[in-house]
Write a protein that binds this ligand. Structure first.
Ligand SMILES: *Cc1c(COP(=O)(O)O)cnc(C)c1O
Length: 412
C-alpha cells in the first residue's frame, strides 16, 4: 500500500486564483454582456522584446545543426549567462560573486519552493505577512508548518506588514531559524531601505538565522536608495540565499529562466554543531533533481544584458510602471489609502468603510466590473486590503480607473 504524504492534505484546497475565477464566472453567467477588466492579473502581458526574440531564433537555428546542437547543459547553467549576470547584476553594485555561486534555474518559483529541502523539518520559519504563498505552502508539504487554524500555521512566525507599521516588519522577538523576505514586495508593492535591510542582516548574523531573499521584482526599483540585492549589505553573504527571476524583469513567465545565489561562505549547523556549507549541498541537490534550464531560454536571458536588450526591457518596465503610477494616483485622489506602486508593479489599497477583502472584491466586480485580488488571500495581515496590478494595457487600466472613480463616488 502506498501511503500518501498527508501533509499535502493539510493544504487548504481553496486556491486564491481559482476562487477568484469562480466568482468572476458566476458573475459572467448572470451578466453575459458585462465587459470585465482585470486589474488582478499576476502575469505580464506585453510581448517579448525584439532582442530576446532574435536570440531565441538564433539559438533554435543553432540547435538545428549538428555542430550547434546542445543536449544536456551544465546543471548550474551555461557560463555565458552566469558571467553576464556577474558583470551586469552584481559588479556594478560592488558585489563580487564567483560564477560557482550562481545557479541558473527555470524560474524563481521552483527554487523558492525547493530550497527548504536543505534544512531539517524542525526548523522554525518566519515570513512577512502578507506574503507570496509559495514560501509557506512548500513548507506545509514537508510538514514543517504545523497545522492551520484561523488562516495561520502553528509553526510559522508571522511578521505583520500593515499600514500601521509602514509595511516595515518588526524583527522577531525571539530567534527564528529561517526567514523569507521578498523586496520589492508581492503583494504590497512596498520596498525595504538599505538601513532596514541591514537590521535584518544583523539580526540574522547575531541569531544564526538563514534568510531566503526573493528579489523577483528588483528590476522595478527606480529609487537609488533601495537595494536590488541583499548582498549590497555587508555580511549578507554569510546569512542569505537570493532568488532572481526574469519573469517580471523581461516577460519570461512563459520562457522560464531565473537564478539563485548561494554564497560559498554560507553555512548551516549540523546537530553536532559542525558548520556545513550550503553551496555544495545545493549543487548536489540540483545535480540530482534538476537537469538544467533549456539552452534556448538561457540564450534568451543572455540577450537581456545586451545594450538593445537592456533598453527594450526597460521600455516594457516603464510601460507597466506608468500604469502603476496612474493606479496609485487615482486611488489616492479618491481618498483611498494606497501603497506601493513606486518601485513595484503592485498597488495595495485599504478597503474603504472597513469592508473585508472579499466583500470589497465582490462589490467592485458587481459595481464596476473590475477584478482585483483580495489581500487576505496572501495571509492574515492582508485582510482589509486588495491588490491591483500594473500588468494590464494602458487602455484597459485607464478604463478600469474611470469606472472605479464613478463607482466610488456613488458608493462611499
Ligand atoms: C512572480 C514571482 C516570482 C517568479 O516566479 P517565476 O517562477 O520566476 O516565474 C517569484 N517570487 C515572487 C514573489 C513572484 O511574485
Amino acid at each position: 500500500m502506498a501511503l500518501v504524504n498527508d501533509h499535502f492534505l493539510k493544504l487548504p484546497n481553496n486556491y486564491l486564483f481559482a476562487d477568484i475565477s469562480k466568482k468572476v464566472n458566476a458573475f459572467r453567467v448572470t451578466h453575459p454582456k458585462a465587459d470585465i477588466i482585470s486589474l488582478g492579473i499576476g502575469d505580464v502581458t506585453q510581448p517579448l522584446c525584439p532582442a530576446i526574440v532574435e536570440a531565441i531564433h538564433r539559438a533554435a537555428d543553432e540547435m538545428a545543426t549538428r555542430q550547434g546542437f546542445r543536449g544536456y547543459g551544465p546543471e548550474q547553467g551555461y557560463d555565458f549567462l552566469r558571467e553576464a549576470i556577474l558583470k551586469n547584476d552584481f559588479l556594478p553594485r560592488g558585489i563580487h560573486l564567483d560564477v560557482d555561486e550562481i545557479f541558473i534555474n527555470d524560474g524563481a518559483k521552483s527554487d523558492t519552493g525547493n530550497i527548504q529541502e536543505l534544512i531539517r523539518w524542525d526548523n522554525s520559519i518566519g515570513v512577512t505577512d502578507p506574503i507570496y504563498p509559495v514560501y509557506i505552502d512548500s513548507n506545509v508539504m514537508i510538514g514543517r508548518a504545523g497545522v492551520q487554524q484561523d488562516g495561520r500555521w502553528s509553526n510559522v512566525i508571522y511578521l505583520p506588514c500593515t499600514a500601521e507599521n509602514g509595511f516595515v516588519p518588526q524583527l522577531p522577538d525571539r530567534r527564528v531559524d529561517v526567514i523569507y523576505l521578498c523586496y520589492p514586495n508581492n503583494p504590497t508593492g512596498t520596498v525595504i531601505t538599505k538601513q532596514e535591510l541591514r537590521k535584518w542582516v544583523n539580526y540574522a548574523l547575531k541569531n544564526d538565522t538563514l534568510i531566503f531573499f526573493d528579489a523577483a521584482y528588483q528590476a522595478y526599483i527606480t529609487d537609488p536608495d533601495i537595494p536590488h540585492s541583499i548582498y549590497e549589505i555587508r555580511g549578507a553573504r554569510r546569512c542569505a540565499i537570493e532568488f532572481h527571476s526574469y519573469s517580471k524583469t523581461a516577460g519570461f513567465t512563459g520562457v522560464r529562466c531565473g537564478y539563485t545565489i548561494v554564497p560559498k561562505e554560507l553555512t548551516a549547523a549540523s546537530l553536532s554543531g559542525e558548520r556545513i556549507p550550503l553551496n555544495p549541498l545545493w549543487l548536489r541537490r540540483q545535480s540530482t533533481k534538476f537537469n538544467g534550464t533549456s539552452y534556448i531560454s538561457q540564450r534568451a536571458a543572455e540577450a537581456i544584458y545586451t545594450p538593445e536588450g537592456r533598453q527594450q526591457v526597460k521600455e516594457t518596465i516603464d510601460y507597466y510602471m506608468q500604469n502603476a503610477h496612474r493606479i496609485l494616483a487615482a486611488f489616492r485622489a479618491l481618498g483611498y489609502e494606497a501603497y506601493g506602486g513606486q518601485n513595484a508593479p503592485y498597488i495595495w489599497v485599504r478597503t474603504p468603510a472597513g469592508l473585508d477583502s472579499w466583500t470589497f472584491f465582490e462589490q467592485l466586480l458587481y459595481g464596476a466590473n473590475v477584478v482585483c485580488t483580495p489581500g487576505v488571500g496572501f495571509g492574515p495581515s492582508g485582510e482589509g486590503y486588495i491588490r491591483f496590478t500594473a500588468f494590464g494595457s494602458h487602455e484597459q487600466t485607464e478604463e478600469a480607473l474611470v469606472r472605479i472613480e464613478k463607482w466610488t463616488k456613488q458608493n462611499f
